[in-house]
Design a protein around this ligand. Structure first.
Ligand code: NAI
Length: 677
């Protein structure tokens, strides 16, 4: 076994403990593939024969223990029987590990997720590092699955039913300290005590952690149906069972089989293998892989920034500056109005407190963010981000002042949402250096950043901007400078169509309901209110200058009346404590047939147009951008994937029907013929 081993390495120490190091070949991260699992099993068979004092499983990768099972391989599984075979195999290997008579320890640093945690759960003890990089959890539900390598059995057995179900149903990950509090790990220690702690567990053999009586209680006969019903009610608030069946299947699995571990394992095999081949899981896996593809856009340059200067401390600039400081960069924030800076600093403090919690870390982040009315940070900055008013002259004037002060290699970016880059960069002596870095609002929530290039933008500057986006933990999407770029261009026709429907007399809650039934996270009317009707109007007007977009009068009147949406307390809905007060639909109201189809088709049509015009490089990047930028129903795999997954004839019929039904408001894009071929 020793010579053949590609991914695992065995070490014997003086105490008679075996250390099994996982270091997956040709990969920066450890994942459980069929090959790495089979090799692990080979080692376990050998180790069992040796009967050591103990076994410690650790990782040689800098980024963590094990990031999970091989998600790429999931996307290749076509048949449930194939998935079932692989799951049974993992069960057998993990139970071999679990049944060792000598103590076993999983030594965890960095990522310990999904299958990685399930392997750790099969060990008698778990020791982890108590630092910011440690993330422990079972996030399978985010891929439309639930833990299939024994996690749904060993999780509740170790930490109790409610905490384990919560962990699996939400897919939340935990810090080392939180995992320690839950009993998920036995020790969370600083790096210097890491190895000693693992050795201590083997030599001292403390009683393994067990849940309290109270934590075991929810599985008892009379309570179980009640707990399952409560859990289901909670999950229903967030997920529609037709779109996202996995959490519901997990609750049922627990309720029906928790009495017998054998049944639990059998049900894991049956349910997870069925889920894995479902459209939902395959599409969510696709989105996960597309997210990786977006990240790879940021790996085409090794640009690394240390200092960032943001100009414009309004809604966007202030939040961009705070986000960059949160990510460890030194940031100066400039505004011509000092009161804007103090407001931005106040918001930044709130963000740091929410995200970092520990006062020391909050203080450090705050120290990295400096208000800078005079612009002293400009000559030192590696990245300068302009986020002032959406006004050509103001932006151009600013660039003229800025350019001579910039460091030679500094990246100059604009957060403009609608002005073509080729217009803005005319003010520069070197127009090639300006790149669009289009953040979305709210900055701390929206993962996507559009990296906008004009025809004359330096491709290297665009690659550096993408690397910067990744550095600040965001997903870069390269797009061509054109009205609305990708996300707003696709979103706007859908929002405007919803407003038109409202004008036709369809109640707002019915419109929103139709969209959420399709799988959008929020209906278009509520979304327009959330974005701000003034912002929607400004973007729509801008798009209407160059695209066949009609701006509904209703939107204009609302803005004139100062009804700007959630921020002003009323828009299409009234708001109480930030929540829309949706009026109940009239009794017996039946929404017109195809209500969602009409709205969604506006998005799909625009997606087809963007692809035809080459706004993004390909259909996969388009899907990724639209899912991460607009929230387009992730379980449908993105707009282009959705189109492809439909029957071409019925899709064509839908397009034609829409064209007939909405003359002047919907024209099928020339790109459809190609897509439907
Ligand atoms: P805002 O009106 O909230 O803030 C603009 C800030 O720039 C103000 O604080 C103003 O005092 C300051 N400013 C103006 N001229 C200046 C100058 N010469 N030097 C220093 N400071 C100056 O605007 P907001 O909403 O933050 O938008 C900023 C940019 O971000 C715009 O280009 C907008 O199109 C874009 N954007 C806005 C989004 C939104 O949802 N609000 C989303 C994405 C992009």
């Amino acid at each position: 076994m020793k010579n053949k081993s590609k991914h695992w390495r065995i070490e014997h120490d003086d105490d008679g403990i075996i250390w099994l190091h996982f270091d997956q070949a040709k990969s920066g991260t450890n994942v459980l593939t069929e090959e790495t699992l089979e090799e692990l099993d080979g080692h376990l068979i050998e180790i069992e024969k040796l009967q050591p004092i103990g076994l410690i499983i650790c990782s040689d990768k800098a980024n963590g223990f094990i990031a999970g099972a091989d998600v790429k391989a999931f996307s290749r599984i076509r048949k449930a029987e194939e998935a079932a075979r692989q799951i049974r195999r993992a069960h057998a290997i993990f139970s071999r590990l679990e049944n060792f008579s000598f103590p076993t320890v999983a030594l965890i640093h960095g990522f310990c997720l999904g299958g990685g945690l399930e392997l750790a759960l099969a060990c008698r003890y778990r020791v982890c590092r108590d630092d910011a990089a440690t993330r422990i959890g079972l996030p399978e539900v985010r891929l439309g699955l639930f833990p299939g390598f024994g996690g749904s059995v060993r999780g509740p057995r170790l930490i109790g039913h409610i905490p384990a179900l919560n962990m699996m149903l939400t897919g939340r990950t935990f810090s080392g300290r939180a995992a320690r509090r839950m009993g998920l790990v036995d020790m969370a220690v600083p790096k210097r005590q890491f190895l000693t702690a693992a050795r201590h567990m083997v030599l001292a053999r403390p009683q393994p952690h067990r849940p309290t009586w109270l934590q075991r209680l929810p599985a008892s006969g009379f309570l179980r149906p009640l707990v399952a019903a409560l859990m289901e009610r909670e999950v229903r608030k967030k997920a529609n069972p037709t779109h996202y069946p996995a959490p519901f299947s997990l609750i049922e699995h627990w309720e029906k089989h928790i009495d017998s571990e054998d049944d639990m394992y059998a049900s894991e095999v049956e349910r997870v293998s069925k889920l894995i081949t479902s459209d939902t899981a395959q599409n969510l896996i696709r989105i996960f892989l597309l997210q990786e593809q977006l990240k790879s856009q940021g790996r085409q340059s090794d640009f690394k920034a240390q200092r960032v200067h943001v100009i414009g401390g309004g809604v966007m600039g202030g939040d961009i500056a705070a986000w960059c400081a949160l990510q460890g960069l030194h940031v100066t924030l400039q505004d011509r109005a000092p009161e804007m800076l103090s407001r931005a600093m106040g918001r930044a403090h709130g963000l740091f407190r929410k995200k970092l919690k520990q006062p020391r870390l909050v203080r450090d982040a705050f120290d990295r963010l400096m208000p800078d009315c005079g612009g002293t940070g400009i000559p030192k900055a590696d990245v300068v981000i302009e986020a002032i008013f959406e006004n050509v002259e103001a932006k151009q004037g600013l660039y003229q002042q800025l350019e001579p002060q910039l460091k030679k290699d500094a990246l100059l970016c604009t957060n403009t949402s609608s002005i073509p880059l080729e217009v803005l960069n005319q003010a520069l002596k070197n127009p090639r250096r300006l790149v669009g870095l289009h953040f979305f609002n709210p900055v701390a929530k929206m993962q996507l950043i559009e990296i906008v290039s004009a025809g004359n933008t330096d491709p290297e500057a665009a690659r550096d901007a993408a690397a910067f986006a990744l550095q600040i933990n965001r997903l870069p999407l390269p797009v061509k400078s054109s009205p609305g770029f990708l996300v707003n261009r696709i979103l706007m026709p859908y929002l405007l169509e919803a407003v038109e429907l409202l004008e036709e007399g369809i109640p707002a809650p019915a419109i929103d309901q139709a969209a959420t039934d399709f799988g959008m996270p929020m209906g278009p009317i509520e979304l327009a209110d959330t974005v701000g009707l003034d912002i929607c109007l400004a973007v729509a007007d801008k798009l209407a200058e160059s695209l066949p977009v009609t701006v509904p009068e209703k939107l204009r009147t609302m803005v004139k009346k100062g009804r700007l949406g959630r921020k002003s307390g009323s828009g299409f809905y009234r708001y109480a404590k930030g929540k829309p007060q949706k009026p109940a639909l009239a009794k017996g109201f039946i929404p017109p047939p195809g209500l969602a189809d009409g709205m969604i088709l506006c998005m799909l049509n625009e997606a087809v147009a963007c692809l035809r015009e080459g706004i993004v490089a390909d259909a996969d990047l388009l899907d990724a951008g639209v899912v991460f930028g607009t929230g387009f129903a992730p379980f449908r795999g993105g707009p282009m994937h959705y189109i492809r997954s439909q029957d071409p004839e019925s899709m064509r019929a839908l397009v034609q029907k829409q064209e007939k039904k909405r003359p002047g408001r919907f024209a099928a894009d020339a790109g459809w013929d190609e897509v439907l071929e």
